[in-house]
Design a binder for this molecule. Sequence first.
Ligand code: NAD
Length: 413
Amino acid sequence: MHRVNPFETAKKQLDQAAKIADFDPKYIERLKVPDRYVEVSIPVVMDNGEQKIFTGFRSQHNNARGPYKGGTRFFEEVNLDEIRALSFWMSFKNAVVNIPFGGGKGGIIFDPKKVSPAELERITRGYVQKIFHLIGPEVDSPGPDVGAGSQVMDWIMDEYSKLSGKKQFAASTGKSLDQGGSEGREEATGYGGGVILREVLSKNLIQPIKKTIAIQGFGNVGTFLAKSVHELGWRIVALSDSKGGVFNDQGIDLEQAAQHKKATGSLKDLAGTRNITNEELLELDVDILVPAALENVLTAENANRIKAQMIFEMANGPTTPEADEIFNQKKKIIIPDILANSGGVATSYYEWYQNMHQEKWPVDEVLSKLHTLMVQAFNDVFAVQQKYQTSFRNAAYILGAERIINTIKNKGV
Ligand code: NAD
């Protein structure tokens, strides 16, 4: 992964949009700094009886529009700048999709695959104990992200409930169904991306040659986005995970790929495909490229070799500002993360709402509400894009910033 500071990227993106829309600099300066961020030490007794100290973070970027909200990343290379950037993107994402949340994000430096389930539980509960006084259903409700799925969210909710002395299902989102999770949350980010992709394609912004897509990352987001793409009648010719990618010009069978990954732990050597590297996947001659793994994968170094006409950002922050500039010069269409992957947090909002009101919605109701919300978000961004004749990224930032700034203005500084 390239060492670009994602927090600097986030600030540059906002500056660029602010120039176009001529926002009052005093609000832009305010949005460039998170309201608060903490680093905590989490001492944990490991299974062998020895103590290990883990480092965790939580960044609360802005809560003008509602409680801080954002995921939790368990990853051995996570750092404070990444968490601050991710919290910043959450504020804008939540504003773009127009849900009543601000932006937050958290994480712990470790590889969850290298600890036992019991250790994972102790690390998670220890983290909640350290940030307990800063979070809560109406203050900041953590959600899932890379390395932290529904089991982790269940523990966060449970530990928070124990510490506060009452059951509080809305203390986290992305939980399992019997712990207050929402129907539809698991597939939400990929499903929401599919809705946006369909809307984008309906505007005929690109001229697809073979209707082919390459997807980097075959985790939660990549898997469900792939299903949506398949339903749109497009061909997924390449898929990858952290161990590498696979390619088949005729298309990859998703069911077979999922089974192979489950059985062997990676996509490598999937029958009927040839192995490729993650770098090769990004540079394939496809109509649409979907980064759906980690940030900073499209950089000044490889941007000139990217052949896809459209980059559809399902990962958070996959494109550095330098690569963005190159893509814009080459008239590539970039659908930014804060629009493309906002279906996840939108459904987290539905989960939070159901928890707060003790309701349980069926999956059709959740996905139908999500569909309407995503179409609206796309139309709102598209209107700004048309008004300013600018990139979709700038348009999404302008829309998000406008909504946050209006709230700050109206309530007073
Ligand atoms: P995940 O842990 O389920 O999957 C991540 C995938 O990326 C895995 O297939 C993993 O093998 C792969 N990967 C890891 N390192 C890689 C590397 N160096 N090169 C290529 N592939 C690599 O995570 P996820 O929830 O699918 O999240 C993926 C991205 O989407 C992240 O950027 C995350 O912030 C973003 N996102 C997730 C959600 C959500 O609801 N899960 C919502 C919005 C955005």
